[in-house]
Design a protein around this ligand. Structure first.
Ligand code: ZN
Length: 334
């Protein structure tokens, strides 16, 4: 092949197709929102990484597995998580350049001895400006340390859904994932590398159906009906191929795909691209769910922006999914 270049031999560049790939530099500066993380549990440097990669706003969830409890767990243990997040939120905003709002919730991944006390206090928390959502909560097929029966879990989830309805707030569901990434098979009995939680303390499942992860979401949706909560107020976090079709075809819920730890869940930008292609971007969000107990990636939403474009999703659809949808669903300031 004759070359116009002065190189001694034809370079690889000359063998590329003539048309150049158009990777728009505007995606470098596309603002994005992380609508579910536990950034209050991360390091200062991690929060700085959110700012460096263009995260404009985040919802820090003050409830969940970032806290691996001792037993027994009482209402005040969980209330401390809410108060700690409130305590630290403004300092976080004053150090970094993004807005940080909060979700407060009663997670059902651990049994709480006196949940009514928490639920009674929650109304006052819902009135705070910085509280933009409830959750994360929702039926969990099995608990840490001590099982919590379905009826008791349901009562706790329904009470939070009723509060969400009363206060006009969205609620984040901890929709269980079914798909798991490649788990190591060596040293059977050792805990999962990347997850600093003693998995051997998991209690026996309280849902024994064939597909407990999907069954849990279906119970959540039924519970929302009982609570008279509009499905548009529900953000089903940790959406995955196991629940996406049900949620998109049979409900009006929003779906948020956790892309921060595909090594555990198997969920990647490819799953997000697939649902956008099939159903459009209107009810789709993405989130990092970064927390201190887990090997999670602060840059995962930013990377998803690039991956979605490479997979053929338009810039305007990407912007809607990573920015406009979370801004609108959580009524965040511009
Ligand atoms: Zn979470």
């Amino acid at each position: 092949m004759p070359s116009n270049y002065p190189t001694r031999r034809p370079t690889d560049a000359e063998y590329l197709p003539d048309e150049t790939v158009d990777l728009p530099s505007s995606l470098l500066n596309l603002p994005w929102i992380d609508c579910h993380n536990h950034a209050q549990t991360l390091s200062w440097e991690d929060r700085e990484r959110y700012a460096l990669s263009g995260c404009q706003s985040m919802v820090m969830v003050a409830s969940g597995y970032h806290w691996t409890p001792y037993k027994p767990v009482v209402a005040d243990d969980v209330r401390f998580l809410w108060d700690d997040a409130i305590n630290r939120r403004r300092a976080i905003e004053n150090n970094h350049f993004f807005d940080a709002d909060l979700a407060v919730g009663v997670h059902t991944g651990v049994r709480i001895e006196n949940p009514d006390e928490l639920l009674a206090a929650m109304d006052e928390y819902c009135r705070l400006d910085e509280v933009v959502a409830l959750g994360e909560t929702g039926i969990t097929p099995s608990q840490h340390v001590e099982a919590w029966g379905i009826d008791e879990q349901r009562a706790v989830v329904q009470a939070q859904m009723e509060l969400a309805d009363e206060h006009g707030l969205p609620i984040i569901l901890h929709t269980p994932n079914r798909r798991t990434g490649d788990s190591p098979t060596y040293r059977v009995g050792a805990s999962t590398p990347g997850y600093e939680k003693n998995a051997s303390l998991a209690s026996s499942p309280v849902i024994t159906a064939d597909n407990p992860a999907l069954e849990a979401v279906e119970i959540d949706v039924q519970t929302a009906k009982d609570a008279r909560l509009d499905e548009e107020r529900i953000v089903a976090s940790h959406a995955d191929p196991n629940n996406a079709e049900y949620l998109l075809e049979e409900t009006e819920c929003y779906l948020s795909f956790t892309v921060g730890y595909p090594w555990l869940t198997g969920v990647t930008a490819a799953d997000v691209a697939e649902v956008i292609r099939e159903y459009g971007p209107d009810r789709i969000l993405v989130e990092t769910d970064c927390a201190n107990v887990l090997r999670t990636d602060v840059f995962s939403v930013k990377r998803t922006i690039f991956d979605l474009y490479r997979m053929g999703i338009s810039e305007s659809d990407i912007r809607q999914v990573v920015f406009e949808n979370p801004r609108n669903v959580f009524s965040l300031e511009e």
